[in-house]
Design a binder for this molecule. Sequence first.
Ligand SMILES: Cc1cc2nc3c(=O)[nH]c(=O)nc-3n(C[C@H](O)[C@H](O)[C@H](O)COP(=O)(O)O)c2cc1C
Length: 336
Amino acid sequence: MIRTPVCDLLGIDLPIFLGGMGSIYSPPLVAAVSNAGGLGAMGCHSLTAEQVHAGTAAIRQQTDKPFALNFLIFDLVEESFAAALALKPAVMAFAWPRPEQDIKSCIGRAHAAGCKVTFMAGGVQEAKRAALCGADVIIAQGTEGGGHVGWQASMALVPMVVDAVAPIPVLAAGGIADGRGLAAALALGADGVLLGTRFLASDESPLHVNFKQAIVESDGHDTLLSEIPDIAAGKVWPGAMSRSRRNRFIERWAGREWALRQRQAEALAQIRAAREIGDADEAPLSMGQDAGLIHDIAPAGEIVRRIAAEAERILRERLPHMLQPETGATAARRAS
Ligand SMILES: Cc1cc2nc3c(=O)[nH]c(=O)nc-3n(C[C@H](O)[C@H](O)[C@H](O)COP(=O)(O)O)c2cc1C
């Protein structure tokens, strides 16, 4: 079994995290990931205090394992955050502050409530800032990921963040959907992985099956980083665009964002209708380039177990064979 220091820190069995996804409300998904030994997370971005209570109660009915409540700092609603703190989740997961915001007080309040704190960053400076403000775990999120992401790819970002915040544990996010991704993340110095897109195509995901199927059918080349989903939703995100499937809706507005701003209310109504009927071409679908690695819709617990088993096989069987037996001279050189 793969076990890293972050497992001991958070009281979990496997270093596989569900990304908090504010647009994806599913207590069964959160519970399934935690029950499989990973860390589930509920995105509380758009939840009222009552909904935070109800969601957390639903998760606790389905698991007694640790899970996280996730908040976007730039859009933090005090009543919802206060409700979450009072519920004392094992982990509070933060992301996306504005540069001028006081993240130390958010982290301090979470610690005072007895939570461990994870902080997601798309760049080294933001990771360092969170580390200095007391975050217990840093998530280095690469641009391959689904939803709002930064500009740098995981392969370069993860080891840079590992170096910058050592000895704080780092998880890799963005573009990871299988055990190969977990094994690679460990090789880059991370302590584990956090996944979003892979869990969108799970049985417990609340997406319409046509949207899940669009992820399964993707070859991973059909994503676009754009402001289109935010403009359509009437949101302004601090310093990020959003990676989503390059479908008919996105192609209609790409390069014509000014026109979308003008017709935002109409577009939003169309998106809501398309989501309702499962028209995956006429509503934004946040997904990462790793959609090309996702070939089925599966139970979330099984996804966690598969990733862990595949990574373990790689570490035990594939990689050791790549090393030549050590001679006395190479062992001496390594020891010196
Ligand atoms: C639909 C969707 C919604 C997301 N919402 C949030 C959110 O509310 N809070 C957050 O911290 N991250 C959010 N993310 C980002 C994920 O936490 C994670 O960093 C990302 O999905 C990792 O890349 P992957 O999709 O390639 O696994 C979202 C991602 C997706 C796909």
